[in-house]
Ligand binder design. Sequence first.
Ligand code: FEO
Length: 400
Amino acid sequence: MNKPFEAVKIAENIWWVGAIDWNIRDFHGYGTPRGSTYNAFLVIGEKIALIDTVKAGFKSELMARIGSVIPPNEIDYIISNHSEPDHTGSLAEVIDEVNPERVLASKIGKNTLANYYGIEVEAVDEGMSLDLGGLSLSFLETRMIHWPDSMFSYIPEWKILFAQDAFGMHLASSERFADQLDKSLLKRESDKYYANIVLPYSTMVEKTLDKVAEIGLKIDVICPDHGPIWRGVDVEIILDWYRKYVEGKPFKKAVVLYDTMWGSTDMMARSIGDGLIEAGLTLKVLRLRHSNRAELITELLDAGVFIVGSPTLNNGVFPTVADAITYVKGLKPRNLIGASFGSHGWSGEASGIIQEWLMDMNVEIVEEPLKVRYRPFEDDLVKCREFGKSIAEKLIGRLE
Ligand code: FEO
């Protein structure tokens, strides 16, 4: 108890030495109500390697955890699997303090670290083996999962994969292993992480999963750079979740996203929702200002219907809806059908603009925009309900 922080043992001579960020609530625009971790790992052979570092501001925690196992200046190699600042913000300071013999990254990582920080490192070749004496590290390029520089490191002797952002989640916890945590919580946070970070790169994820299978990489432990470590039967569980994410198969589920000024678009959304339910879909209705973008894209991950509503404000779309669509569009959700709706006073452009945005996102439009002037009366709400029901039936027709 005479140390401020302790490392956590993963296997013989392999330690977690990262930092827990209990209080982060916004990760570059992605709401993180459960905080996060910045995982780093110490591998001790005759040579000692540190895999990844931590975000700026967490260096002292990293160094203290390393110091609970070995004096930090005994580190020989630092491996940077991914250059994003949550894993490299402290790298320059760690290099200064540790003075390692070698610092290694992928070829693109070498350029990124030079351009971002002015840090000169050595590039590794895929398939290269770094002998640590008793243990070794090999490297696998994983470009665009989720930056061009990304790579995995692997210890064949222990079948441990260091997967940087892949298989991770933003979850601060006292537990370090997935088998110590509730699976439904892990699934929810894994879905959210994939939807918000990895989704646009699903093709690359698929190629990587295929490559891992093709080269027969045996994996007993997966150490991601965020959240818990996967071991034992949990390795197959997270790999299976990723296979399903890649497949992107839609379920009988609809997401209705909207905002409202005086309640008219809200009334429309609720009647549309009732039609979707009547036809047999699971429904999520998200009113912006009460929901966030990260929640929206997470709900879209397994949905088949995306319906978006906005009142017309100054001849355009309500700003919260425009913000959410901009965010979602960049994440490239797949296999959706949808439509738009909204109330207006005199001009009524919003739902038409939204329809164009949905088409830009490759959402298949199955109904023309549904508009209501001023406020919906009963017959308007009946039309809204029919609108929802008709869209739901189109999805069910496609899935059956
Ligand atoms: Fe956790 Fe892409 O950084």
